[in-house]
Write a protein that binds this ligand. Structure first.
Ligand SMILES: NC(=O)C1=CN([C@@H]2O[C@H](COP(=O)(O)OP(=O)(O)OC[C@H]3O[C@@H](n4cnc5c(N)ncnc54)[C@H](O)[C@@H]3O)[C@@H](O)[C@H]2O)[C@@H](O)CC1
Ligand SMILES: Nc1ncnc2c1ncn2[C@@H]1O[C@H](COP(=O)(O)OP(=O)(O)O)[C@@H](O)[C@H]1O
Ligand SMILES: [K+]
Length: 504
């Protein structure tokens, strides 16, 4: 699904109004009615105090429509107009009149910090102050209002955007932004919903299709996409009946050191669970019995060193190679990675200490085969690309790095971003239970497996990230966040694949 900018969405509003022969007020009625329906569906006429904060632009206009519809359904509604200027939008004004006609009274006008209304824990707040029209940070008494709403303990539903959040540009530190429990956003996701510095403002996210012109949206260019299950399904390749293990890749996973053999075991388990035909590990000698006993499906080659990798079996003909988990950064292991890169033409997967080695020995970057996949978490990423001042600069630096070295970066996090050149594919599956040791090792195994099964490198990365998160979600249903182990993610990859086809 395309992630669109505020400018593109405003354009799509305009074009849709024209093509559908409707007024902007009718479009507002349509969009806000969908929000009303979501609220009505959840509250089921319970007498919860609903407090709606409306700005004076079109986001505020949405709030007025929502208020009117809720009143028509006998909800207990109080409307506050955040009256920061006299420039009310036309559609705000006509809905203001409609609301007045219905309620026979005036909404409460807020004009300064002395007007902040009482809010209680059990209240249901609708935040309709600013949407995608925000063009500067919220300041002065309105910032105090935002903090007042945030500290109230009320349930907060934001309409289109949490007010104060820029959809597609960097935010000032300590900016006043509504911290929503739930955001109902119109038509397309906005990038700020997924970036580490701003995702917490959004709460649960739902995108409402307000029926903007599909043809026009199809023509809009965006470098940013949200990975959906439909997209993952389209990438996935089914198996023929007439087939054998040789059709599903022979992968080689090189890693581990004394005390860290578990990492490669997790990677290999995940590769096998993702369908790899033949899985071999290259590990220091100390891991031989551990792997042969713990994972009989895998084959093992050992280094001459008992505790770390010092060489690479360059004669091994692998369909995909993964290097790095648990390796350490000893000079001897660095030469093992150099040796591997000097003898490999196909894209490889580099994770963990493999990435740390690349950061230490920049010249090795030049040896990476085109379209190799690097899977840094934020700490490893900093070592690779240096510090960044905000998430947008981070994305720019990652894009530049991808172009310079012709590699794919999988920037891991709550919403993992897979970056190739200028394009960013954002993942929405997964959960906080996956913040546990070894879950990154599992992801590398899934990616390597798909690479070995002849998926295009970018498809392997994107599908793997999606399935890894979906498998984590299935595992969390069984174990809860706290008990989830990395191996549970690997063991649920099959269920995540079946779920793509609604076969739980
Ligand atoms: N016909 C349409 O265009 C539709 C618009 N919709 C709603 O309209 C919203 C966008 O409306 P608007 O463009 O009117 O913008 P907003 O309602 O988001 O903001 C209103 C105006 O406030 C001013 N402003 C921005 N930041 C400010 C700040 N920090 N302090 C003080 N003033 C500030 C700007 O001049 C801005 O245009 C969407 O988010 C959505 O909720 C929906 O009703 C769908 C249809
Ligand atoms: N809150 C979260 N939501 C979704 N996914 C998460 C979350 N926390 C961690 N993950 C996923 O778990 C993995 C963690 O990887 P990493 O930090 O390398 O762990 P390790 O080094 O222990 O293997 C990544 O794929 C990341 O996207
Ligand atoms: K809002």
């Amino acid at each position: 699904m395309k992630i669109l900018s505020a400018k593109q969405l405003a354009e799509a509003d305009k074009i849709s109004i024209k093509k559908q022969g409707i007024t902007s007020e009718e479009l507002m009625e349509r969009a806000a009615s969908l929000v009303f329906e979501e609220i009505h569906h959840r509250l089921e006429n319970r007498p919860i105090p609903i407090k709606i904060f409306c700005g004076i632009g079109n986001n505020g206009g949405d709030g007025l429509v929502i208020a009117r519809k809720l009143m028509e359904h006998d909800y207990k509604v109080k409307v506050y107009i955040v009256n920061y200027s006299n420039k009310r939008s036309e559609d705000f004004l006509s809905n203001y009149d409609k609301l007045k006609a219905l309620s026979k009274g005036w909404p409460v006008q807020l004009k300064g910090e002395n007007d902040l209304p009482e809010l209680n824990k059990g209240d249901f707040v609708v935040d309709s102050i600013f949407g995608i029209g925000l063009n500067r940070p919220i300041e002065g008494w309105m910032a105090k209002l935002v903090n007042h709403i945030n500290q109230s303990g009320a349930f907060i539903l934001s309409v289109d955007m949490p007010s104060g959040l820029f959809p597609d540009q960097a935010q000032e530190k300590n900016a006043a932004i509504v911290k929503a429990d739930y955001t109902l956003s119109f038509q397309a996701p906005k990038i700020a919903f997924f970036l580490p510095e701003t995702m917490d403002y959004v709460g649960n996210l739902q995108i409402l299709d307000i029926g903007l012109d599909r043809e026009f949206i199809g023509t809009l260019e965006s470098n940013h996409f949200l990975i959906t299950s439909e997209y993952a399904r389209a990438i996935y390749k089914t198996r023929n009946k007439n087939t054998h293990k040789g059709d599903y890749g022979n992968v080689l996973i090189a890693g581990g050191s004394y005390g860290k053999i578990g990492s490669v075991m997790l990677t290999a388990t995940a590769a096998l669970r993702t369908g790899t035909g033949l899985c071999s590990l290259f590990i220091p000698e100390c891991g031989y019995e551990i792997i042969q006993t713990g994972l009989p499906e895998a084959m093992v080659l050992t280094d001459s060193d008992s505790k770390m990798i010092t060489e690479f079996p360059v004669e091994f003909e692998a369909d995909a190679i993964c290097f790095g988990m648990g390796v350490g950064t000893d000079e001897k292991s660095i030469s093992a990675l150099r040796n591997m890169l000097e003898h490999t033409r196909n894209p490889v997967v580099i994770d963990a200490d493999g990435l740390n080695i690349l950061s230490m020995k920049n010249e090795l970057m030049e040896l990476l085969p085109e379209n190799s996949i690097l899977t840094p978490h934020p700490g490893e990423l900093k070592r690779l690309i240096g510090e960044w001042k905000d998430d947008f600069e981070m994305l720019d630096k990652v894009k530049a790095f991808s172009k310079k070295y012709k590699v794919i970066l999988v920037v891991k996090g709550a919403h993992t971003c897979t970056v190739q050149n200028d394009s960013v594919m954002i993942n929405n599956s997964g959960n906080p239970g996956m913040a546990t040791a070894g879950s990154g090792d599992v992801l590398s195994g899934v990616i390597t497996s798909l690479l070995g099964q002849s998926y295009e490198p970018i498809s392997a990365a994107v599908l793997a990230v999606y399935l890894h998160g979906a498998a984590g979600d299935i595992a969390a249903k069984e174990f809860g966040f706290e008990s989830l182990l990395a191996r549970d993610i690997a063991n649920n990859i099959g269920r995540a694949i079946r779920q793509l086809f609604n076969e739980p």
